[in-house]
Design a protein around this ligand. Structure first.
Ligand code: TRP
Length: 385
């Protein structure tokens, strides 16, 4: 998708994102009040990411809930392209996925696309993307996914089980479909052209294991939608359900309000950053503050363009009264940006201290989550349970 002011593709997100236009152009459905009510009825509670519109769109979520109510339980599928370190923005869909796993007590399949990042990144070797997959898995595990119900795998290590299904899917996809969805060129390497077949596979693995169709819900950031739009086209032709999906927006970088990017080191907070690094980055953050303290006291700040406020909104003040309180103070000029940044620094550092501890513990836990090197899925899951 490309127009003047912003761009969202599975490889690049930039500019000022207009989410209404995203909904129109991607052809996803907005999560409206009715659907939220329905969701709350089924799950018993709404996560702040739903109430605040951080997860704002879906495909077939209403269908998935109906199936669930009929007793047809779904499973979750999400993933990560291991191209570098994990930043706070990456955690948003995963935190939500963990909440969904807890609420519905369902299985999660987590795909690490080491192959994808190798195909799409000139500089990364396959050995490196594979190593990063295991390193990134620590961040996933640190979020507390249920080890009995979570299966993490890398594409290259589980290729024996995945390839058969990827082949069946690939045969139903033409080069022109890929060109239309992903904008690839004649000169693109053929791994890139094939890759989306691999990303479709986890949506059907559970159905294969059970020998019956099992509904699948894919929580993901909106940039991944082209993969799943294609998967929804193809999988019914092979006799499977269309996977349902639920889409989030992006946590902005600290410099200005756009997607946090791992390629801009100072605008992203990585899960492995030290307290000092966090402090330095937040101190440089773009805010909605006025040019002087006097002006700010007089006219107030503007939280709606402020990256610090976005961090509160999306991750660090999920309690509404706390958020509204700081918003009110900002608007009335009762708090200066320096003080507000201090609050955020503390919150991020408290979170990271815990996260980093759990991340290190995860090194011992990783075998409970990862499956690899087995072409027989049933055997493979028997081993897990
Ligand atoms: N392609 C995704 C990325 O680059 C990784 C991924 C694989 C994924 N399967 C997924 C993301 C399912 C969300 C849902 O990050």
């Amino acid at each position: 998708m490309k127009e003047k002011s912003f761009e969202i593709t599975p490889w690049k997100v930039s500019g000022d994102i207009d989410y209404d236009r995203v909904i129109r152009e991607f052809g996803v459905s907005r999560i409206d009040e009715n659907l939220l009510k329905r969701f709350e009825k089924v799950s018993g509670e709404l996560h702040p990411f739903l109430k605040r519109g951080i997860f704002f769109a879906h495909r077939d979520l209403d269908w998935l809930l109906s199936e669930y109510e009929k007793g047809n339980e779904f499973f979750l599928y999400t993933g990560r392209g291991p191209s570098g370190k994990i930043h706070l923005g990456h955690l948003v869909p995963w935190i939500f996925t963990k909440w969904l796993q807890d609420k519905f007590d369902v299985e999660l399949w987590f795909q690490m696309t080491d192959d994808e990042k190798f195909y799409f990144n000139e500089k990364l070797s396959l050995e490196e993307t594979n190593r990063l997959a295991y390193e990134n898995a620590l961040d996933v595990i640190a979020l507390g996914f249920n080890p009995k119900k979570t299966i993490i795998f890398t594409d290259t290590d589980l290729a024996g089980a995945l390839y058969k299904y990827a082949a069946k899917i690939a045969k139903k996809i033409t080069f022109s479909m890929i060109r239309a969805s992903f904008g690839l060129k004649e000169s693109s390497n053929i791994g890139q052209i094939f890759f989306t077949s691999m990303q479709a596979v986890p949506a059907i693995l559970k159905s294969e294991i059970e020998g019956r169709n099992v509904p699948c819900l894919i929580p993901h950031a909106i940039d991944q939608d082209p993969h799943f739009r294609l998967a929804r086209d193809v999988l019914p032709k092979l006799g499977y359900y269309k996977p349902a999906s639920i889409q989030s927006g992006f946590l902005p970088g600290l410099q200005k309000v756009e997607k946090m990017s791992a390629s801009n080191e100072s605008s992203a907070i990585f899960t492995t950053d030290s307290e000092e690094e966090v402090r330095a980055k937040v101190m440089k953050a773009f805010t909605g503050g006025r040019i002087s303290v006097e002006e700010q006291r007089k006219y107030g700040g503007n939280p709606d363009i402020c990256s610090v406020y976005q961090y509160y909104y999306m991750l660090f003040m999920l309690d509404d009264s706390e958020l509204n309180n700081i918003r009110g103070k900002c608007l009335k000029g009762e708090i200066m940006c320096g003080e507000c940044k201090e609050i955020l620094i503390n919150k991020i550092n408290n979170f990271l201290k815990e996260h980093q501890r759990k991340r290190e513990e995860a090194r011992k836990e990783i075998d409970k989550y990862i499956i690899s090197e087995d072409s027989d899925l049933k055997k493979l899951l028997a081993k897990k349970r």
